[in-house]
Design a protein around this ligand. Sequence first.
Ligand code: MSP
Length: 532
Amino acid sequence: MSEQGQKNFYLTTPIYYVNDAPHIGHAYTTVAGDVLTRWHRQRGERVWFLTGTDEHGQKVLRTAEANNSDPQAWADKLVESAWKPTWKSLNIANDDFIRTTEGRHMERVQNFLQGLKDAGHIYEGKYEGPYCVGCEEFKLPGDLLPGANESEKLCPIHSRPVELVSETNWFFRLSAFVEPLLAHYRENPQACEPTSARNEVVAFLEGGVSDLSISRSSFSWGIPVPWDSKQVVYVWFDALLNYATAVGLGDAPGTPGGEDFAHKWPADVHLVGKDILRFHAVIWPAMLLAANLPVPKKVFAHGWLLVGGEKMSKSKLTGIAPSDITDFFGVDAFRYYFLRAIPFGTDGSFSWEDMVARYTSELANDFGNLASRAIAMVEKYCDGKIPCVANEPELAAAAALATKRADESISALDFQSGILAILEFCKSVNGYVTEQAPWVLAKDPARKSELDQVLYATCESLRILAVLFNPVMPETSQKLWRALGADKLGLLDDQRINDVARWGQLPTGAQTIRGEVLFPRLPENTGEELRG
Ligand code: MSP
């Protein structure tokens, strides 16, 4: 808790390699982080949302070289022309963006490493073994797949040959932290989720872990090891530290960085894909334990978006750019679809047909049509003014239940159940409108007060839906907020989850505005290249 008694919530996404532009797999993690942090902001918490880019190492270096570019110029170009604009276009409201080539990061990494060396956690040794540049990971022979010939072995994630590395490097005594980490996960099961991810990490730790080479000497694109200028810091050791360097790691108490760190660390949630779970749930907390720092409260590993049954990736030419989807469905439907369709933590296949079906039935029909019908009726029967505040206890109870369920589920990173709870409320409101048939009531002037009551209850329910959907679909929710004349209640972002279901907030007399359709009908024959 901060001094004001406000809860802090610090969430990170992985920092992405700048070897290429973002695809929808990267967007999946970042959108999930954005939805969760927007939800926590609407809970009234003090939120910090960090994303960024991972710019050192051989993967980026080789891509830059292949493009006849210097790695720094390459990274600068991709960050400015691809990564930052993509997050902006998807309405990602991150508070900070860290690049591992920034001075603030590089200096703090060097200080951290020197601290570990001084404390006896680092020693010099010889590394010999397979390395996948795609993963930037030292592999165990048992993890590899057979290649084209006897001597070739493939990385199971990239289906590309691994390389044999033989170097004198600096090593981190990772093995010393196996027992403390096992105890940590035993005592704090919520520190690694979902359960399947925790089981994997525990089994990995129980199998024994070797010390980790944390420097490389065969190339120079990286942060120099402070006491050995011939070596650069291993890219994962450098990258993992971003979560802490971005909030002032190692700065003296009383300095701005020191204060920041005291407020924000440890992170509440590190969101990661399951392919990078071990780095986050084994190596990273061990680094922190070695430095006597608190470990993150939770590492959550989500599943992969699959294409043709395999992890979608640019290297396999299956990467789909977010704009391929948003150009057709719009940004909010994109933000909605993956969290709605795939349980977070499980793999899911991208299907154009499924997205069309959900867009049409859930977004355009259940939600969008409800809004446009309600606002059209208020205009027609009530001169565009919200009628008298009226009770409707069943809808109010349904709203309260949906809010409670959505809050519990989304706070637990179960986005699918959270969204379903909100959708169910939307269906109840549709059922109510069908049952009450305001268009029939409108035919009889003696039933005007009944008509007003139904229209009030419908619009009040839409107010609640606008607030609950706001973290997932901010643009659409804002359109609805304005259309309802709800601006009178203040900014949509300032509405609080714990107050949203209090019935009767939409003020009588608020002026509705018949605006754009929330989810326009989809064009018949575009997006063909992505179908099937
Ligand atoms: N640079 C490292 C992370 C360092 S964090 C200290 C990295 N970068 S990455 O760009 O390759 O991937 C970043 C994230 O994108 C990972 O969480 C990964 O799981 C996610 N995804 C990449 N492809 C994906 C899918 N096809 N589906 C879902 N997420 C995927 O790893």
